[in-house]
Design a protein around this ligand. Sequence first.
Ligand SMILES: C[S@@+](CC[C@H](N)C(=O)[O-])C[C@H]1O[C@@H](n2cnc3c(N)ncnc32)[C@H](O)[C@@H]1O
Length: 206
Amino acid sequence: MARLNARHPWSHNDHFHRWILSNLPARRRKALDVGCGQGGLVAALAPLFDTVVGNDADPAMCDDTADRCADLANVTIAGGDWAHLDGPFDLVTMVAVLHHLDVDAALRDVRDLLAPGGRFLVVGLAPPRSVTDHLWDAASMVTNPLIGFAKHPRVSRVGPQPPSYPVQDPVMAYDDLRRRTEAVMPGARMRHRVGFRHTIAWTKPA
Ligand SMILES: C[S@@+](CC[C@H](N)C(=O)[O-])C[C@H]1O[C@@H](n2cnc3c(N)ncnc32)[C@H](O)[C@@H]1O
């Protein structure tokens, strides 16, 4: 799978930016991307919100995002603890980040940071545990090279590359994460997706 990905490379995380952009809240004053990495999503959100804050625990990622967004006057970069940033936010996003965090605390912090009517959008990873998880992973294995071929038809000669941001293996299973999310964010919509990912969407009640 890694060799196939290297021949027709695509970003499994960036692939979901379109899902995020098509699920934005109606009110778009302030957005926060937690664990922004190299800032691709921050740059994509900037034209759509009054203010976008990119946060990452890794100073090198904050520098990358600052460079990428240097021409975007409404973007601010905040290192360190995102839970104490000045809210409220109309949107909080986490792409491949929630599994780096203390999930229960992070969900509560997001709930507190969101404005009424604000939205939390997550693209996440979880190890396969249930039959359903394994079926979705099988679907991802089939679709993975097809998506790669569609996005990058020419064979890349570069070979497998190390990730350009800090990564961590997920340990919390999908069903466990769904239970914990439902406890803090009742009514959250969680879905398996191809690309070995899931999504969570929750709107804070007005
Ligand atoms: C797998 S990368 C994903 C980066 C980016 N969201 C993307 O989709 O390309 C996970 C990111 O989360 C960041 N991160 C890890 N723990 C964090 C924390 N406690 N607060 C903020 N960012 C964190 C890492 O530094 C890394 O940039």
